[in-house]
Design a protein around this ligand. Structure first.
Ligand code: 2P0
Length: 354
């Protein structure tokens, strides 16, 4: 390979995640440091796929999201790229024998193409999957290595807070950290997904429309105006973090469900407590809450749990396949599909459950 006539490419895939203890509010906007810790479950079936390429013939850093070019000028992209570039090492491409020396990375531009297999910006954490994938793909391309466990999660965090949790599978904790430089505001895996094999996650896409208030803007306004947010961060979340981790470790579905629903509801209450108020859920979201609450109350113990991010789509949890089927039947009763053909779309993991 001579001169400028080469391209080196890597492709990675990273999943989305859903918080069961929610992150909402920053103490540092630039480093994306949160005002409270959070816990998430990784959603393997919703993912971003990102290809990063480098070539001496590229004249600027460029990015395509779902086929459309978008600017890479934002601080968030620049910060992630700069952090990975500064950790680049000598890279030898096994297939071609091409060698890219450590010192050349700073002069090479990247092209990035990323796509999601789920609705972008509809409250299904597309930025989380996207930035986790970008950081992971760039690190592979440039031969960057972590100097401590969780270091890459601090870089993904610079792209989008929730992205730090998407670098791990299973159940993940993002510790808010104490340091001003963000070095201890990292994500770590609580436990692998195999730990709780029976747990079923159902995603009810209520709307794939883009949300009106971005999470970034929404949480800024909440930090400035919501007294409930301060109370939540200081007095509610620390206790829930301990209880949720324990519930996950014990596979205690009743406690997991109670905490998950309560935390989703407090997050949305905080949005309502913001001035001007923010509404992420719609009537369909509220009917789904009603369905789960009524069912749980009639059984006397939680059968299912719900959580909603910054959008109207529901993420529902059931303790096993049998309960998941029952939950799905109840959802279909409340929202009958327009035709038989629609039923084939209801799947849990790889298996159609209808
Ligand atoms: C979460 N959300 O913990 C919470 C719950 C939405 C509701 O993290 O400004 O896209 O990029 O750090 O990460 C969405 O916020 O915001 C989010 P930035 P992000 O998943």
């Amino acid at each position: 390979i001579e001169g400028n006539d080469w391209v080196l490419m890597k492709t990675a895939r990273a999943p989305s995640n859903i918080a069961v203890i929610k992150y909402w509010g920053k103490r540092d906007e630039n480093l994306i440091l949160p005002i409270n810790s959070s816990i998430s479950v990784t959603l393997d079936y919703l993912f971003a796929t990102t290809t990063v390429a480098v070539s001496p013939s590229f004249t600027s850093d460029r990015l395509w999201l779902n086929g459309k070019e978008v600017s890479m000028e934002s601080k968030r992209y620049k910060n992630c790229l700069q952090q990975i570039r500064s950790r680049a090492t000598d890279v030898v491409d096994e297939k071609t024998g091409l060698v890219v020396k450590k010192e050349s990375w700073k002069d090479l531009y990247v092209h990035v193409a990323s796509k999601n297999n789920f609705p972008t910006a509809a409250g299904l954490a597309s930025s989380a999957a996207g930035f986790a994938c970008l950081v992971y793909a760039l690190a592979h391309l440039m031969g960057a290595k972590e100097s401590y466990e969780g270091e890459f999660s601090t870089i993904a965090r610079l792209g989008s807070g929730s992205a730090c949790r998407s670098l791990y599978g299973g159940f993940v904790k993002w510790n808010m950290g104490k340091e001003d430089d963000g070095s201890d505001s990292i994500a770590t895996q609580i436990v692998k997904k195999d730990h709780w094999k029976d747990l079923v996650i159902i995603i009810a896409v209520v709307s794939s429309r883009q949300k009106e208030t971005s999470s970034t803007a929404g949480m800024q306004t909440s930090v400035k105006t919501s007294p409930l947010l301060q109370h939540r961060a200081q007095s509610v979340v620390p206790k829930r973090m301990v209880e949720m981790e324990e519930a996950i470790m014990k596979r205690d579905f009743a406690t997991f469900a109670k905490l998950t629903c309560a935390d989703s509801n407090q997050f949305h209450a905080t949005c309502l407590d913001t001035s001007p108020p923010i509404f992420y859920m719609n009537d369909t979201s509220r009917r789904l809450i009603g369905l789960v609450e009524k069912w749980n109350a009639s059984e006397g113990t939680p059968q299912a749990a719900y959580t909603f991010d910054a959008g109207p789509n529901a993420v529902l949890f059931a303790p096993d396949d049998k309960v998941a089927r029952s939950l799905l039947q109840r959802i279909l009763y409340l929202f009958p599909p327009a035709s038989d053909a629609d039923i084939s779309r209801y799947v849990v993991g790889d298996q159609s459950i209808m």
